[in-house]
Design a protein around this ligand. Sequence first.
Ligand SMILES: [Zn+2]
Length: 301
Amino acid sequence: MTRAYTAALVLVMMCTVLVVSDTVLSSHQAPAIQVEGGYPLEFPNPNTRDIPRGLSQGWIPLGRKQISVPILMYHYIRTVPRSAGQLAFNLSVTPADFNRQLNWLSEHGYHSVTFDDLRAYFSGSHELPSKPFVITLDDGYRDLFTTAYPLIKAHGFVAVAYIVTGFVGRLRYVTSDMILEMDRDGFEIASHTVDHADMARIPLGSIVYELVASKQWLEKLLGHAVADFAYPSGKFNALDVYELGATGYSTAVTEDGSTLRLWAARYTWTRTRVGGGEAFTDFVKNLGPVEPFIFAPANVV
Ligand SMILES: [Zn+2]
């Protein structure tokens, strides 16, 4: 009798866990309608919110060796016609699409984090918020400051800007003052080499120069350490990985790949490419699996 009671209790507990898991995973199934242009447009629906009534926010507990955190990769946030060429079109997400993506992330309980937050998590000093994701913008084009920055800020998000230090101040690129303003506003400023070199092909002396000179330039401008790097065009080799560690970097990102983060793989963390003209359903799908999280009662947070 006692055994049967225990079995029933275990079954009830398992069902409860499954219901909670289902609540978490159902976040990608919000109602959508087709609008002009073929993109599904999401509408916030209080009945499909991820956080149950009475609970304000979730967190990912410390101690997990591997977690799913999408690192989104953007270049230009601008409108260009297809006639500008396929490469330019693919690298350019329109401000309207970018805004729609940020809206969706916000409405579905995603929290933007930086590499400082991932460092804090993996070093055991701080939990991550539920549904963490990283916004990265490559190359430091002028629209990083004029378009992406205000939109990201309006959503209460932050981002990581990979700057090519030798291009700063040029006509189509951000200025030193723009970098300083974003840094003061919580954006993470990171290195993308001095001159967008191909890190898979240059000799050792050039690898060290690209890593050290760009880092020192940014650190002198900002007055604090810079520890994150993005390989231009995602190209890298084993020597780069070694030198990144030797020159004081703590992370580096490539292009394309999964959303899984393992600290041991931090010099080759993959990113999720967000392309110009990409279907909205692909954007949502490419966010990958939701890392399971714990709910926090409203009066605790
Ligand atoms: Zn680049």
